[in-house]
Design a protein around this ligand. Structure first.
Ligand code: PHE
Length: 356
């Protein structure tokens, strides 16, 4: 019995993990373990012997059981100690900074423009960037031989050999969305259409892709006066200061009469300030929608009339945020984006003030 005791107490002390403890438990005090075998021998003993051996065996069984559970606890404690030691973490260390992306000034300005016009009851409409020449030109009263087609520096798509249909174009302005909106919703209409447009041109103030926002208001009693009010209201909200406008007679095939609109500005050490001084800066084309254009869009020009305008979004962004070179907008230079971009939670809004 003493041998049995010494053997198991020794083995338990040396056990390396919980699995070894479990093996020892089965071997020693399990149903078919060594103690159980000894218990069976009790039957062959004399009552006197049994009276001595019985309690001894039970005591041994208890002793081994408690040695097993003590060892189990100490193994678990050691494992915990080890985890605490190796998984130690200095919670006072500063976190690792992660760079956040920024809102591109074009996206920002598009949002601002949409918010201001939404406030005046204009919905946002969109159209495809690859257009048929009918929507981009013919429906806007620019027939095939018209010089405006050449002036627009149009990108044409390719047609297969022998396919004589006119090629699609990358839209040269957002004006085709006027026609699409007229077809889709009929009159009255009050929409703006922001989006990308394309012309083959590249220098400090021109990129082959740029952004416009078209405006279109059609109803039974719309006049040039409404156009002027809407534009002045827009510029004042956008620049956060009263901005005078100057309408100059101009020509577009899709409006009659047509006007180019300048905003009041002042040049100071090579940069421009809007809403001050007595210089003028051209920012948009506009006019009363030509009757032929209304007809092309399925609207009766004897009942309805309206105004339309097209503003360069990139130009607006340059003016408002003092960005000197248009090309940098599309260089995807992270330093530029960090400098001119907007934090996603720090965006100018109509209610919070549109200027920063
Ligand atoms: N589509 C013209 C352009 O791109 C701008 C414009 C729009 C002019 C609507 C008049 C009316 O230059």
């Amino acid at each position: 019995m003493d041998d049995l005791r010494d053997k198991y107490i020794g083995l338990i002390a040396d056990a390396a993990d919980e699995a070894a403890i479990e093996d020892l438990r089965v071997q020693a005090v399990g149903k078919k373990g060594e103690i159980a075998l000894k218990m069976r021998e009790l039957g062959k003993m004399t009552p006197e012997e049994r009276q001595v051996m019985g309690p001894k065996l039970n005591a041994l069984k208890d002793e081994i059981n408690s040695a097993l559970s003590a060892k189990k606890t100490s193994l678990a404690d050691a494992a915990l100690e080890e985890r605490l030691r190796t998984e130690w973490l200095d919670v006072t260390l500063p976190g690792r900074g992660r760079r956040q992306g920024s809102i591109h000034p074009i996206s920002q300005v598009t949002e601002e423009v949409s918010a201001i016009f939404a406030d005046m009851g204009f919905a946002v409409a969109e159209g495809p960037q690859i257009e048929t020449d009918w929507y981009n030109f013919d429906a806007l009263n620019i027939p095939g031989h018209h010089p405006a087609r050449a002036e627009m520096d149009t990108f044409y798509t390719h047609r297969a050999e022998g396919d004589n249909r006119p090629p699609h174009v990358l839209r040269t302005h957002t004006s085709p969305v006027q026609i699409r909106s007229m077809e889709k919703q009929g009159a009255p209409i009050r929409i703006i259409c922001p989006g990308r447009v394309y012309r083959a041109d590249y220098d400090q103030t021109h990129t082959p892709m740029f952004h416009q926002v078209e405006g279109l208001a059609i109803d039974k009693d719309i006049s040039m006066a409404n156009l002027k009010w809407v534009l002045e209201e827009f510029f004042t909200a956008f620049f956060g200061t009263e901005v005078k406008t100057r309408f100059r007679a101009s020509h577009f095939p899709f409006t009659e009469p047509s006007a180019e609109v300048d905003i009041q500005c002042k040049w100071e050490n090579g940069s421009v300030k809007v809403g001050e001084g007595d210089d003028w800066l051209e920012v948009l084309g506009s006019g009363m929608v030509h009757p032929k254009v209304l007809k092309a869009g399925g609207i009766d020009p004897d009942v309805y009339q309206g105004f339309a305008f097209g503003i360069g979004i990139d130009r607006l962004a340059m003016l408002k945020y003092g960005i000197p070179d248009l090309r940098a907008f599309f260089d995807a230079d992270l330093r530029w984006l960090r400098h001119y971009g907007f934090a996603s939670l720090d965006q100018p809004t109509l209610h919070g003030g549109l200027t920063r």
